[in-house]
Design a protein around this ligand. Structure first.
Ligand code: ADP
Ligand code: MG
Length: 730
C-alpha cells in the first residue's frame, strides 16, 4: 500500500474524553494573567496606585515597589502551579522568544526556596548573540537586555507537566537600542499620543490626558491533517507547498466561506478560545474563510500593544492546539497555489482615555469637524508614506499574496465609502451643502451632512479601507507580527496629525476656528486626493490609473524594504523618536537577509524534493510504461498479437511525455541550483534581487513540470500528499 493511502487509515477522530466541560467564560476570563484585578488583591494600596501611575503617567516605581510586585507575582504564579519564569520577548525573527529560569534559590547546603526579586522582574539578560541584530550589536558585545513591559500583564503558559510564568518584556542592546519589535511599537504609541493630544487640545479637549492606538487583527489560517503535513517536506521546511497540482475542485463552488464548521475544526476552535480566554485574549469571531480548509479568528479590539502580544500568543496557541487535534495550523501567507492565501486584516483606530474613538464621526457639528481633521490626517499619512506602509508588509510569504486576485495589490490606496467621498468632494470644490434636509447639520459656515455609519458600504479590495469608525489595513500577512505595521501606521499618522494641527493653528489665528478647520480639511483632502480610490483594486484599470497618479507599485520585497533607508523616512522615525537611524537601517538589513534565507531554504527544499520525491516515482512510472510497451511489442512479435499502430504510437507518446517531463524537471532544477551556487558570494541586496528576478521564476517553472508529472504518474507511485487530499479529506 502506498504511503499516502496508509495516512487515509490513520485519520480518525481525536479522543476528547478528557477535555474540560463547558464553563461560563466570564468566570475564568483572564484567570492565567496577573492583571489589574489579581494585582489589586495582593498588593498594598500604595504599590498598586504607584503601579497604575506608572502606566498612566510614566512615573517609574521604586525598587522596593518592584520587589513587592515580584514577590506577589511569584506567589500568585506558584499558587497556580508555576515553577519557572521567563522574560517573554519579540526579537526580530517575527516570533517570540523565551529563556526559562526556575524560581529556586539556595538558602543552605542542599536546601532551596522559591524566590523572585524586583530586579529579576525588571531586567533579564539573555545572551543576545544568536538573535538577528542587523549590525546594531557587535558579537563581542553580545549582551542584550530584556526589560519588563508593565503595560502587558504577565501570564501563565500551561503544558501537561508544568506551568511557566511569562513576563512580557522589551529587548534592547547594551546601549539601549531596540533589538525587538515591541519597543518601537511602544515608542510609536507615545509619538501618536503627543501628536493627537496636540490636536485635541486645539479642539478644546483639555481634559484628555492620553490617546493611544487600538487594534483588532483578524487572523486567517489553514488547518490540515497532521499525517499529510508530515509527508510534505515543503510544508515542514517552508510552510507552503512548493509543488502540488491543483485539485479539480478548489474554491470555485464558493461553498466554504461562512459555511457550517466541521466537527473536527469546531472542536479545535473551542479549545483555542478556551485557552485564549484564560490568557485574557478576547477572541470573538470565528468562521470558515474562502479557501477549502481555511478559517479565521478575530478578537475584540484592544490597545495596540496588548493586541500585538495577544496576536502572537494566539498564533502560538493555534499551532499548539491544532496538534492536539491531530492537525497542523498553517499561518503562511500562501500555503497552496491557486487558491486564496491568508492575511491578517489589521483594524486600527485611535482612542482617548475617556473612551472616545477619534475616528467615530460623532453626533454634533464640532465632533464632525474634529473627525474630519483626523480623517484627513490619515489620508495624508497614507498619501505621503505609502512606501513605508508597503515596507511594513514586505516579506517573502506576502510576495505570493499581494495582488494575487485575493489580496490588495502592492499599490497603497484608501477607500472611504460613498458618503465621505461626497463630503470631501464638496469641501474640495468649495461647494456648500444645499438645503437643510433631515440629517444635514448647519455649521453656520455652510452645511455638512450628518454622517451615518454605513456598514454595508465595504470595499474588500482596498488595502486601507475606512469601515465606519476605524481603518482596516488589509495587506498585512497572516504570519506577520503586527507590531511593525502598527508602529509604522502610528508614526506616519502622528506626523500628519501634527501637520494638520499646525495648519489649523495658522489658519485660525484671529479667525473663526470652525471655518479654519473646514478650510484645512478641504486643502488636505485636495492635496491627497490621489490616494483615494473607491473602485476595484484588483482591476487592470486601477493598475493603469495608479500609474498615471504616480502611486508606487512595488512587487519585490527587497525593493519595498528600501523605503526604510530613504533619508526622509529615517528623519521621520528619528524626529518622532520611534527608531534611530541605526535601528531602522539594521531592520532593513535583517529583513533583506531574512528574505534571502527564506528563498534559499525554499530553493534547497525544492531541489531535495525533486531528487528524492519527484524524480524517483517518475522513474518508476517511466519504467512501468517502458516495460509495458516492451512487453506489448514482444507479444506482437512472438504471438502476432493484433495491435493498431495508433495504439502503439499512443503508448510511445505517453512514454516520451514522461521522459521529457522528467528531463525538464531535472534540467531546470540543475540550472536553478547552479545559479544558487553563484549567488553565494553576492551581498544580501544583490542576492535578494537575483532571487526575486531569477530564482523565483525558476521555482515556478519547475513546479509547473512537477505538477504535470503528478498528473500522469500513477497514484500508487506518488508519495507526496495531493491537494485533493490535504484540502478536502476531513
Ligand atoms: P470584518 O471581517 O467585517 O472586517 P470582523 O468583525 O471580522 O469584521 O473584524 C473587525 C475587527 O475590527 C474586530 O477585531 C474588531 O474588534 C475590530 N475593531 C472594531 N472597532 C475597532 C476600533 N475602534 N479599533 C480597532 N479595531 C476595531
Ligand atoms: Mg472578518
Amino acid at each position: 500500500m502506498g504511503i499516502r493511502k496508509e495516512v487515509l487509515f490513520k485519520i480518525k477522530p481525536v479522543d476528547l474524553a478528557n477535555k474540560t466541560k463547558f464553563k461560563k467564560v466570564s468566570e475564568y476570563f483572564g484567570e492565567n494573567t496577573f492583571n489589574a484585578g489579581a494585582m489589586k488583591k495582593v498588593l498594598s494600596q500604595g504599590t498598586f496606585s504607584a503601579f497604575n501611575r506608572w502606566l498612566s503617567e510614566g512615573k517609574v516605581i521604586t525598587l522596593e515597589q518592584a520587589n513587592e510586585i515580584a514577590t506577589a507575582m511569584k506567589n500568585w504564579a506558584i499558587a497556580k502551579g508555576a515553577s519557572y519564569y521567563t522574560h517573554w520577548f519579540q526579537p526580530m525573527t517575527g516570533l517570540t522568544a523565551e529563556k526559562h529560569d526556575s524560581f529556586i534559590s539556595f538558602i543552605g547546603p542542599g536546601k532551596v526556596i522559591e524566590k523572585f526579586s524586583g530586579s529579576k522582574l525588571i531586567q533579564g539578560e539573555p545572551d543576545a548573540s544568536s538573535f538577528p541584530s542587523g549590525g546594531v550589536r557587535s558579537t563581542f558585545e553580545a549582551r542584550g537586555y530584556t526589560a519588563w513591559d508593565p503595560s502587558s500583564p504577565a501570564f501563565i503558559i500551561e503544558s501537561k507537566l508544568g506551568k511557566t510564568l511569562c513576563i512580557p518584556t522589551i529587548f534592547v542592546s547594551y546601549h539601549g537600542e531596540a533589538l525587538d519589535k515591541k519597543l518601537p511599537l511602544l515608542r510609536s504609541d507615545d509619538a501618536l499620543n503627543r501628536s493627537a493630544l496636540n490636536l485635541l487640545h486645539l479642539f478644546g479637549h483639555k481634559g484628555v490626558k492620553k490617546v493611544f492606538s487600538t487594534c483588532g487583527p483578524e487572523q486567517e489560517y489553514f488547518l490540515i491533517d497532521k499525517n499529510y503535513y508530515n509527508l510534505r517536506q515543503d510544508l515542514v521546511m517552508t510552510g507552503r507547498t512548493l509543488v502540488g497540482a491543483p485539485s479539480p475542485k478548489g474554491q470555485q463552488m464558493e461553498d466554504q466561506y461562512f459555511g457550517s464548521i466541521k466537527e473536527r475544526v469546531i472542536n479545535f476552535m473551542f479549545e483555542v478560545a478556551e485557552e485564549a480566554y484564560k490568557l485574557g485574549i478576547p477572541v470573538m469571531t470565528r468562521h470558515n474563510e474562502v479557501a477549502p480548509h481555511q478559517y479565521e479568528f478575530a478578537p475584540i479590539f484592544e490597545e495596540s500593544n496588548l493586541a500585538a502580544d495577544h496576536n502572537q500568543l494566539l498564533m502560538e496557541l493555534m499551532k499548539k492546539i491544532a496538534l492536539r487535534h491531530d492537525m497542523v495550523c498553517l499561518l503562511h501567507e500562501k500555503p497552496f497555489a491557486g487558491i486564496n492565501g491568508s492575511g491578517k486584516h489589521v483594524n486600527w483606530s485611535l482612542s482617548d482615555d475617556q473612551g472616545n474613538n477619534l475616528l467615530n464621526p460623532g453626533q454634533t457639528p464640532e465632533q464632525n469637524l474634529q473627525f474630519l481633521a483626523v480623517l484627513v490626517a490619515v489620508l495624508r499619512a497614507v498619501y505621503k508614506h505609502s512606501d513605508l506602509l508597503r515596507a511594513a508588509v514586505a516579506h517573502s510569504g506576502n510576495e505570493h499574496r499581494l495582488g494575487a486576485n485575493e489580496a490588495p495589490p502592492a499599490i497603497m490606496s484608501v477607500f472611504l465609502g460613498e458618503q465621505l467621498t461626497k463630503i470631501l468632494g464638496m469641501l474640495e470644490n468649495g461647494v456648500k451643502a444645499s438645503g437643510s434636509k433631515q440629517g444635514v447639520i448647519d455649521l453656520g459656515i455652510g452645511k455638512l451632512p450628518k454622517f451615518n455609519q454605513d456598514t454595508t458600504d465595504r470595499n474588500r479590495t482596498s488595502p486601507f479601507a475606512f469601515t465606519g469608525n476605524k481603518f482596516e489595513f488589509r495587506a498585512v500577512g497572516s504570519s506577520q507580527n503586527i507590531s511593525t505595521p502598527i508602529m509604522i501606521i502610528n508614526t506616519i499618522i502622528a506626523e500628519s496629525l501634527d501637520y494638520v494641527a499646525e495648519k489649523i493653528k495658522a489658519a485660525s489665528r484671529g479667525k473663526d476656528f470652525n471655518a479654519a478647520v473646514l478650510k484645512v480639511v478641504s486643502e488636505v483632502a485636495k492635496e491627497t486626493k490621489d490616494i483615494r480610490f473607491e473602485g476595484n483594486n484588483y482591476s487592470q484599470e486601477w493598475l493603469k490609473e495608479a500609474k498615471k497618479r504616480k502611486l508606487p507599485n512595488v512587487a519585490s520585497t527587497a525593493e519595498a524594504l528600501k523605503a526604510l533607508t530613504k533619508k526622509e523616512n529615517i528623519e521621520l522615525f528619528e524626529k518622532y523618536k520611534v527608531l534611530s537611524k541605526e535601528e531602522i537601517v539594521s531592520r532593513y538589513h535583517i529583513w533583506v537577509e531574512m528574505y534571502c534565507k527564506l528563498i534559499e531554504i525554499e530553493a534547497n527544499t525544492l531541489n531535495e524534493m525533486v531528487n528524492s520525491s519527484v524524480v524517483p516515482p517518475g522513474l518508476e512510472y517511466e519504467e512501468l510504461v517502458a516495460d509495458n510497451l516492451t512487453k506489448i511489442i514482444a507479444l506482437k512479435k512472438q504471438t502476432g498479437l493484433k495491435l493498431e499502430a495508433k495504439a502503439i504510437e499512443d503508448r510511445k507518446a505517453h512514454l516520451s511525455g514522461v521522459v521529457s517531463i522528467i528531463y525538464y524537471v531535472r534540467h531546470n532544477t540543475r540550472e536553478m541550483m547552479e545559479l544558487m551556487h553563484k549567488s553565494e558570494h553576492l551581498s544580501p541586496e544583490k542576492k535578494a534581487e537575483l532571487f526575486f528576478e531569477k530564482i523565483k521564476p525558476y521555482m515556478e517553472h519547475i513546479r509547473k513540470h512537477v505538477d504535470a508529472l503528478e498528473c500522469v504518474v500513477s497514484d500508487e507511485h506518488w508519495d507526496l500528499p495531493k491537494y485533493r487530499e490535504m484540502l478536502f479529506i476531513k
